[in-house]
Design a protein around this ligand. Structure first.
Ligand code: HXC
Length: 512
């Protein structure tokens, strides 16, 4: 065999060795838990044969706990770049079969390198997390590795999209880095996020809780609001990540990708005429409007299980990505509360950071009253949404479908806080409060029921409509529901060259 051939063979042998990870037995355990291996996941996520691996031969440098004799090539994380629908993305995929996917110093350096490359190239980073957190054997060296990643997450925030999938039991630092990214995806029954697991909790607080209840996919998608998306399994998770990437630009200097459509921009839809019921107290599903008007009826909802009184997510109008923020009358009458305010505020800020126009659909009876909300700080949480809409400089278009009452009218992207174009349906009711409430305050002394009913009717005639706001120029156009798609597209066209800058500052001070 020639010397050259020997060298090539050694390279092939080493390369194969690096692909073994923690060995067959641990891979089998992984499969039995309904999980794929780190490499399999990348193959599903990325376009066929597009993955290019970096730092394949990195090993850790630890020597305590006999670690010098326990080295696995690649060291528990696969890093590199590839494509999604032909667009460049950087990736890392933690290998749970190698020291539980825990983060060594060497392992952190691999992740930091691709984050740095992604920042320079202006491409998203997708992290597939499956990790027991800091590598215990490495102590503070590992903690330092995490802190370096956290710091880099913050530097990258608002510059490139950062997306995390949680695909196994993630603890400690393995949850804090995802927490700083833009979107977190979890898989049902096989992914967990917690600062520390049930065993430690039992020791410290004597509280007994299952892994699923503490940090499973449903907990973080519906209760804590930590996660944004949930998939039945890993295949679906990877497909949803691909779809999500399709809506967002590669960095903050680009516009979102354009997706041609055969759906006519002028399309009218008669069914929309009847979506908002004649009875203002009857609920309806705002998603019907969003899906009907969007290109090919596609709406990619973010956080569909959390604070369902507000709906947020991506769609396209005439090929262009938009971010929808919509009160949901089908859930708690679409009221604004603590959770819905912070859910929507974070989404608005993502859209603004990445040049995605905002479409706000309003049907809101106001802020939820009561001690639970007040003690929980509805004032500061509601203020987040007001702040986020106000500071956003992307095109902002608002449509009031029905109720826009009180402070919630102001907050929901009103003209006054910078909306570029404000529509209303003829069914809109724009006022300080509902007719019954208003009359009870203004005409407290009137006890005659018949007389009171007359006053309520009079108030409705005067205020429960869009015309007062239109008279003042707060509503630019009143439209028929059936023409919503056409009108939104016109407004987007009209605002496409918008160039608005807020006063220069280090950064604002959003109420946290
Ligand atoms: C080194 C680890 C490890 C870790 C797991 N392993 N976690 N090795 N460092 N942090 C190894 C195990 O020894 C085992 O090795 C293999 O990974 C699989 O682990 P199991 O426990 O058998 O798996 P499972 O039962 O599924 O439990 C997974 C787990 C549990 C829930 C993640 O391993 C766990 O609780 N690990 C510790 C979590 C933790 O407290 N991490 C430190 C957090 S502090 P073998 O050889 O048997 O296959 C932190 C600091 C950051 O991260 C600061 C943030 C602000």
């Amino acid at each position: 065999m020639s010397i050259l051939q020997e060298k090539f063979d050694e390279f092939a042998r080493r390369s194969k060795q690096a692909e073994i990870g923690g060995g067959e037995a641990r891979k089998e355990k992984q499969r039995k838990a309904g999980k794929k291996t780190a490499r399999e996941r990348l193959n599903i996520l990325l376009d066929t044969n597009s993955f290019v691996e970096t730092d394949k031969f990195v090993t850790h440098t630890a020597t305590d706990f006999g670690m010098e004799k326990n080295k696995i090539v690649g060291d528990g994380v696969i890093t590199g770049y590839g494509k999604i629908d032909g667009r460049l993305v950087y990736v890392f995929s933690q290998d749970f079969t190698v020291f539980g996917g825990s983060l060594s110093r060497a392992n952190a350096n691999k992740i930091l390198k691709i984050m740095d490359l992604a920042m320079k190239a202006g491409a998203p980073v997708i992290g597939l997390n499956d990790s027991g957190g800091a590598r215990i054997q490495e102590g503070v060296a590992s903690l330092g590795g995490y802190a370096d990643i956290f710091y880099q997450n913050v530097m990258a925030s608002g510059v490139i999209p950062q997306i995390s999938a949680i695909l196994g039991p993630c603890a400690g630092g393995a949850v804090y880095s995802p927490a700083m990214t833009d979107f977190i995806m979890m898989t049902k029954q096989s992914s967990y996020m917690f600062v520390t697991g049930p065993d430690v909790i039992k020791t410290v607080t004597n509280e007994e809780v299952t892994k699923e209840e503490l940090g499973g996919a449903m907990t973080h998608n519906s209760k804590s609001g930590v996660a944004h998306l949930m998939a039945d399994d890993e295949d679906q998770a990877m497909m949803m990540l691909r779809e999500l990437i399709g809506f967002v630009p590669s960095n903050n200097m680009e516009d979102p990708p354009y997706k041609p459509t055969n759906d006519p921009a002028e399309r009218e839809d008669e069914s929309l005429q009847e979506v908002v019921p004649a009875d203002p107290n009857k609920p309806y599903d705002i998603k019907e409007i969003i899906e009907t008007v969007s290109d090919d009826n596609i709406f990619f909802e973010i956080m569909p299980h959390y604070a369902q009184n507000i709906v947020v997510g991506f769609g396209r109008l005439n090929g262009k990505t938009v971010g929808y923020v919509a009160n949901q009358p089908a859930f708690f009458a679409g009221v604004l509360d603590i959770n819905s305010s912070s859910k929507a505020a974070r989404f608005v800020r993502f859209c603004d950071a990445f040049n995605i126009p905002l479409i706000t659909l309003v049907d809101v009876p106001g802020f939820l009253p009561g001690t639970t909300q007040e003690f929980g700080g509805i004032i500061k949480h509601g203020a987040k949404l007001l702040y986020a809409f106000s500071e956003a400089t992307v095109p902002k278009i608002t449509l009031i479908t029905r109720k826009a009452y009180g402070g919630a009218y102001d907050v929901m992207n009103s003209k006054h806080i910078g909306a570029d174009y404000n529509f209303a349906y003829p069914t809109a009711e724009i006022a300080v409060m509902g007719a019954a409430g208003a009359v009870n305050i203004l005409y407290r002394k009137v006890t005659d029921l018949e007389e009171k009913a007359k006053i309520v009717e009079d108030y409705k005639q005067k205020f429960a409509n869009p015309y007062k706001a239109a008279e003042l120029g707060y509503i630019d156009e009143i439209i028929y529901p059936k023409e919503t798609r056409k009108k939104l597209i016109q407004a987007l066209e009209m605002t496409k060259n918008k160039n608005k800058q807020n006063p220069h500052k280090k950064h604002g001070n959003i109420p946290l």
